[in-house]
Design a protein around this ligand. Structure first.
Ligand SMILES: *Cc1c(COP(=O)(O)O)cnc(C)c1O
Length: 428
């Protein structure tokens, strides 16, 4: 059973100020989960979670995580800017980018961020760009092949564009050391949305063994090992979620088995979770505005794939609760659609739901990560507001909804703005 963190009565109250659709985030859930993450890894002295900013790039939410001790994982100019704006400094920022423009390396270095090199050739590129190699540097590893867990194949690193091969990464540490780097890290992201407690421990085991090999072959003792993201959440109501304490314990066992005997017991563990930190604590609230009966039954809502792209892009499942009908029988089957001129603009396909009437509010679960942030402006549709349900029960607007002015603002290089302003202002 998935339970919404707001009731129908709360939503009826909220829409008096902020009309649907909107994303809403649950501060209490975010804080409790972040505390659990830190608790589960408290055995590691240097543990730090670098929240993957791309998942939910909102400074208010970033500040909530920062207060719990989180840093930020960035991979673009604007993500670095957001991190600077919430006063994240130096090693509180991880720059895990790829195909990186020179000016982003310059900015990351100016902020003192830890730069995580995606490729062997970036050593040279970085040195030429900055005129030096930073004292602290990290390298991203790609073991190739398939990444397999006991429940079958999970992901395909051999097909992914990220990271360096094993030979390259070993050579990279030698070169970086020769060029004066003093503190080293390793990073790998081998499987996405893993709903199993096995992923991090398995990845950690591989990285810890590699760390020992790197020390033997290059004399570089890694200061930190970054397990990156990939810890999943149960989008479907019948899935069992990850237990972060079991995950922390599993990583600790590998740590004690591999790193401690190699004299590397002071290595810090870093993570860069996005989804696990935020997805369950955000939802898209949308109103049913149409019903349509043709070859199938359709419910049209006031949100569309612009607000939440995962179903259209990946066929991803997002659970839907019809607020006020939590206990009603699921005796209707609907496609729940948005208004884009794209037939994949469907939040649910042939989903068993209670009978939906126009005006009902639908709570689309687990949109707190890779939800709002993946949005776009296709069909000229405008992106929604973001709201925060605070611990004291009050609601704060943390991003206003886009207006036509926002959508047209990049046309200000043309002569049409005067006319557009007139149209937007209703001809006045
Ligand atoms: C996307 C990303 C993450 C976060 O991934 P989740 O699956 O949301 O945990 C972390 N690190 C890097 C480099 C990423 O690209």
């Amino acid at each position: 059973m998935k339970k919404p963190f707001v009731t129908k009565a709360q939503v009826e109250d909220i829409v008096k100020n902020y009309p649907t659709p909107f994303h809403i985030y649950d501060e209490k859930g975010i804080i409790e989960n972040a505390k659990a993450v830190y608790d589960a890894f408290s055995w590691n002295k240097g543990f730090k979670e670098y929240f993957a900013v791309k998942a939910t790039p909102n400074p208010v939410l970033m500040q909530i995580l920062k207060a719990q001790g989180c840093g930020f994982d960035c991979s673009s100019l604007t993500e670095l800017m957001l991190s600077e704006a919430v006063d994240a400094k130096g090693s509180d920022i991880m720059f895990s980018s790829n195909d990186t423009p020179a000016e982003e390396f310059v900015y990351a270095d100016k902020l003192g961020a830890i730069i995580n090199l995606d490729d062997f050739t970036h050593i040279d590129f970085l040195e030429k760009t900055l005129g030096k190699i930073p004292e602290t540097i990290s390298c991203r590893y790609n073991p190739g092949g398939v990444f397999q867990m006991s429940n079958g194949i999970m992901d395909n690193p051999g097909d992914s564009k990220y990271g360096m091969t094993k030979d390259q990464i070993i050579e990279a540490y030698k070169i970086l050391k020769d060029k004066g780097a003093k503190k080293f890290g390793i990073h790998a992201f081998l499987a996405s949305n893993t709903v199993t407690n096995e992923y991090y421990p398995l990845l950690a085991g591989q990285l810890f063994e590699l760390a020992v090999e790197i020390k033997e072959k290059t004399g570089v003792a890694l200061s930190f090992i970054n397990l990156s993201g990939g810890v999943g959440i149960p989008y479907k109501p019948d899935q069992e979620g990850n237990d972060i304490y079991a995950i922390g314990k599993g990583v600790k066992e590998q740590f004690e088995k591999i790193l401690v005997p190699a004299g590397m017991g002071d290595t810090s563990i870093f993570t860069e979770m996005g989804r696990f930190m935020m997805a369950p604590y955000g939802a898209l609230v949308t109103k049913a505005i149409h019903e349509k009966h043709i070859y199938k039954e359709y419910i049209g809502v006031d949100a569309c794939a612009v607000n939440l792209m995962r179903p259209a892009m990946y066929g991803a499942y997002h659970h839907i609760t019809v607020l006020g009908k939590e206990n009603a029988p699921l005796d209707h089957v609907y496609d729940v659609t948005g208004s884009l001129c794209e037939n994949n603009d469907k939040f649910a396909i042939e989903r068993a739901l209670p009978e939906i009437e126009k005006g009902d509010y639908l709570f689309i679960h687990d949109t707190g990560a890779h939800g709002y942030s993946m949005g776009y402006n296709y069909n000229g549709k405008l992106k929604s507001a973001e709201l925060l349900l605070k611990e004291d029960g009050s609601v704060q607007l943390i991003r206003r909804a886009e207006t036509p002015r926002d959508y047209f603002s990049t046309l200000d290089c043309l002569g049409v703005m005067e006319k557009l302003y007139k149209i937007m202002d209703g001809g006045k």
